[in-house]
Design a protein around this ligand. Structure first.
Ligand SMILES: [Zn+2]
Length: 151
């Protein structure tokens, strides 16, 4: 996983407001770590953050470090009309990434043209600091999985 700063990507955008449940996720992202809740009773990973395990209802969990690797599960390409603050970016992708840990995460694949987005595209997390509190987790196409050279 790598870090990058791209203020152009996020300036003026609505940002997440961490809650008691989500604050540890954003604290980890600030450190360049992708962490999800994992039930310490049955081992199930989960996202979005919530107080109890959806499998066994245990309230015992840890914030476990995820690999940051996954693949595009499904996606959409956003075209106009959109909110004015996003107009400069259209068309852009919104993806559901299925991470190796089995959790789904909605985000965006950076530096990837709309026509290159596909189900199964291997991606890895990157961290985009926005301000002192919020670092967004986005994705990039996994470099060693990108299209091989061909004639
Ligand atoms: Zn559980």
């Amino acid at each position: 996983m790598t870090s990058l700063r791209n203020e152009v990507l996020t300036r003026g955008r609505p940002l997440p407001l961490p809650t008691l449940d989500t604050a540890p996720f954003y604290e980890a992202a600030r450190r360049g770590e992708l962490r999800f809740q994992r039930c310490t009773a049955c081992g199930t990973w989960r996202h979005y953050p919530r107080p109890a395990c959806p499998e066994c209802m245990s309230r015992d969990y840890e914030w476990a470090l995820a690999s940051g690797r996954g693949e595009v599960y499904t996606w959409t390409i956003v075209h106009p009309p959109t909110l004015p603050v996003f107009e400069a970016d259209v068309p852009y992708n919104v993806v559901d990434v299925l991470l190796e840990e089995g959790v789904h995460f909605q985000s965006q694949v950076l530096d990837c043209p709309p026509e290159a987005i596909r189900a199964g595209l291997p991606v890895e997390a990157v961290f985009v600091p926005v301000d002192e509190e919020i670092t967004l987790v986005k994705f990039r196409v996994t470099p060693d999985q990108s299209k091989p050279h061909s004639e």
